[in-house]
Design a protein around this ligand. Structure first.
Ligand SMILES: Cc1ncc(COP(=O)(O)O)c(C=O)c1O
Length: 406
């Protein structure tokens, strides 16, 4: 699969700079235009007056910006090219992309198999809201394909997961779970925000839909919200024409422009961040204040072999545990000079925050039994989620060292 206009002979490093880019026909500007117009002129001969009306919401003429807009369309084509998808639909936020996917492929009486640990917003949307609309949801540990296989029902329509998952960095064998979904006639979506297209191309492994919060690594500068779903043309069209048009969670042109600029540097940025994250994970592993470190690139990660198979780089998120997480959270917030103590991830500056296990269970995951035990194997009493930025690795290590040491 290849996005319309994406050249087959170019590497994705190059496509990150060029796919979807439109040279302005009147000024010849080579940076994308920000088209702030809500609507565009309808003229005889440009398709607006055809007998069938408009059946492709992305083709010229751009009718109305809630459906798509010329700057947003450039972003959609670029992301489709990077994921090897037919097409992509951009949304106002990552949560909107997840919500749009759920509401496009699940209806009353359907069943969703959901990763028992995934981004809190997705988990809460699925477990708290979807049942109100008659949709059944089964949370499953996606690292156990046998549990996923056992969860299918005749009405299972969608399997949704993350790899690595936020916040505990557990991986999903995407090829194995996609094969199960296919066998049972269900679609599979993966939120690939933590992997980015630099690490993993889920569509090549058989996944149907790839979702990103563009707010994170893909924009990479912490200054624009956005989301995307990439996949086969008919699936993306369904999301755009149903959830996009009727839920109205469309991406503003300014955000598309900022995110396009972020993507220009995506490949070198993620490679640099991943290299730095690997060194920081190794440093933390040897630090006396640290009890455990989780990073897909460490040999100690329980799924390191899968990580090597499925990820070209190991990404920018490292988690670590300490003996007294509450006290350490205050110590970090007070002492860090370079990294910021704050929520979110995937920005150019490093960010760290504590996600306490009790709190995560109460507010979101509500796991019990084996699922809780598995969460605790990765997270203990709580994980510090460190999102590594582009600062010099040695400076970051010095900053973390002075902040976490007794
Ligand atoms: C993995 C993942 N998916 C989705 C989201 C939601 O993204 P947004 O804040 O853009 O709605 C987040 C936010 O933290 C996330 O980490």
């Amino acid at each position: 699969m290849r996005a319309p206009g994406a050249r087959a002979d170019l590497s994705r490093d190059t496509l990150a700079l060029s796919a979807g880019l439109v040279i302005d026909p009147s000024t010849k500007a080579i940076a994308p235009n920000i088209s702030m117009s809500v609507n565009n002129l309808l003229e005889p001969g440009n398709g607006a007056f055809s007998a069938d009306g408009v059946d492709d919401l992305t083709a010229l003429p751009f009718l109305y910006a809630r459906w798509t807009n010329p700057t947003v369309r450039q972003l959609e084509k670029r992301l489709a090219a990077l994921e090897g998808a037919d097409d992509a639909v951009a949304t106002a936020t990552g949560v909107a992309a997840i919500g749009a996917t759920f509401l496009s492929f699940l209806k009353k009486g359907d069943h969703l198999i959901l990763s028992d640990v995934c981004y809190a917003g997705a988990n809460e949307l699925a477990r708290r809201i979807l049942p109100d609309y008659g949709i059944e949801v089964t949370p499953v540990n996606m690292a156990r394909p046998q549990d996923v296989a056992a969860a299918f029902r005749p009405n299972t329509k969608l399997v949704h997961c993350e790899s690595p998952c936020n916040p505990i960095l557990r991986l999903t064998d995407l090829g194995a779970i996609a094969a199960l979904a296919r066998k049972h006639g269900a679609l599979m979506s993966v939120d690939s925000t933590l992997a980015t297209p630099v690490a993993t191309q889920p569509l090549l492994l058989g996944v149907d839909l790839v979702i990103h919060s563009l707010t994170k690594f893909i924009n990479g500068h912490g200054d624009a919200l956005g989301g995307v779903v990439c996949g086969r043309k008919e699936l993306v069209e369904k999301i755009r024409s149903r959830a996009g048009v009727y839920l109205g969670a469309s991406m503003p042109a300014m955000n598309a422009w900022l995110i396009l600029r972020g993507i220009d540097t995506l490949f070198p940025r993620i490679r640099t961040i991943s290299e730095s994250a690997s060194k920081i994970a190794a440093f933390l592993q040897d630090h006396p204040s640290v009890v455990a470190v989780t990073y897909p690139g460490l040999a100690s990660h329980p799924q390191h072999e899968l990580a090597k198979r499925q990820m070209d780089v190991f990404g920018g998120i490292v988690t670590f545990q300490v003996k007294d997480p509450g006290r350490m959270a205050q110590q970090l917030a007070g002492r860090l000079k370079i990294a910021h103590y704050a929520f979110s991830l995937g920005h150019q500056r490093s960010i760290v925050v504590l996600l306490e296990t009790d709190e995560m269970m109460k507010s979101t995951y509500q796991l019990t039994g084996e699922q809780l035990e598995d969460y605790c194997r990765f997270a203990g009493d709580g994980v510090f989620r460190l999102s590594v930025g582009l600062e010099a690795t040695d400076d970051l290590i010095d900053d973390l060292d002075q902040a976490i040491s007794e």
